[in-house]
Ligand binder design. Structure first.
Ligand SMILES: [Fe+2]
Length: 313
């Protein structure tokens, strides 16, 4: 079944309707969605009612799935038993809103800073897929920035100056900005700082800023100098002209490419449940958006060129 794909913001946001990802997703539809992600960076798939397992099965088509960072500590009590499902909700293991000072809530509060998922890992996040199961009556939007358009809009001298630089990323750095720093030795050992390029190229060659709250400083530069640059770039890429605010509907599955966008969650009345669940693939190639899919696609292209190969001869 082929889905309907409509552009909402050219080169940035597309909307997909007319498909049930749990039942109708053949290879052709998966490729169409993968192309939309490549081109836009943010793709909203409407009206999905996926179980945890179905959400994982969909994500698995696009690459290896990472384990949630909330599993680094064994003592967090969580309501979802699957370590690859990130519980982006305000609910505790009994399905009730977490207390204000709950440690896991404090950790997840960092999601309200502009960031890109898992840039604090050597194997950074590639695609994130966030499904809305229940939403509050107002607030709780997720905002995205278009880091390819933002890079292209920088002065040429700045583009030249920053291309080739590397930044150090760490979860401890992003959380310390909110005054959350009581990480255990176990957590610090499990999540050491990592380096990533400040500018990454998408599969189509378009460069994008790769920054966000986990980015601490520029490697090889005095720390304050690098932090000023990172702040300036963050201010630039989060200007309204580069930002899309997604107002959630139940059943939305929003997919974004972490290598060319930033995002942040917005505040809401946390006495109401907001049940969103995320699955994120790992960027194993640093360039390819969809390892498994690319591989299958290349195989099919080879088969198309060689009928004998297709027939298994
Ligand atoms: Fe996130």
């Amino acid at each position: 079944m082929s889905p309907t794909i409509q552009t909402r913001r050219p080169g940035f946001v597309a909307e997909v309707t007319g498909i049930d990802l749990a039942r109708d997703l053949d290879d052709q539809a998966a490729e169409a969605i993968a192309d939309a992600i490549d081109h836009h960076g943010v793709v909203v798939v409407r009206d999905q009612r996926l179980s945890n397992e179905e959400q994982l099965a969909f994500a698995d088509r696009f690459g290896p799935i990472e384990t949630s960072v909330t599993r680094v500590r064994a003592d967090y009590r969580q309501r979802i038993g699957l370590p690859q499902i990130v519980d982006v909700s305000n609910l505790d293991e009994n399905g009730r809103p977490r207390e204000m000072a709950d440690r896991l809530r404090m950790l997840l509060l960092g999601n309200r800073l502009w960031h890109t998922d898992s840039s604090f890992r050597a194997l950074n996040g590639a695609l994130s897929m966030l499904l809305a199961r229940s939403i509050p009556s107002e607030g709780g939007e997720t905002e995205f920035s278009d880091n390819r358009a933002a890079f292209a809009a920088l002065p040429a001298a700045t583009r030249e100056r920053i291309d080739g630089l590397r930044a150090e990323h760490s979860l401890m750095h992003s959380r310390s900005q909110l005054g959350f720093s009581d990480f255990s030795e176990e957590e610090r050992r499990a999540l050491p700082p990592v380096e990533h390029p400040l500018v990454r190229r998408s599969p189509d060659g378009r460069p994008a800023l790769y920054i966000g709250s986990h980015a601490s400083h520029v490697v090889g530069w005095p720390v304050p100098e690098g932090r000023m640059l990172l702040r300036d770039l963050l201010e630039h890429t989060t200007q309204p002209e580069f930002v899309y605010a997604h107002e959630w509907r139940v059943g939305d599955l929003v997919i974004w490419d972490n290598r060319c966008t930033l995002h942040r969650g917005r505040a809401y009345d946390e006495s109401q449940p907001r049940d969103l669940r995320r699955v994120t693939t790992s960027d194993t190639t640093s360039l390819s958006v969809r390892d498994g899919l690319v591989e299958r696609r290349e195989t099919r292209r080879a088969e198309a060129r060689s009928p004998a190969l297709a027939a298994g001869i």
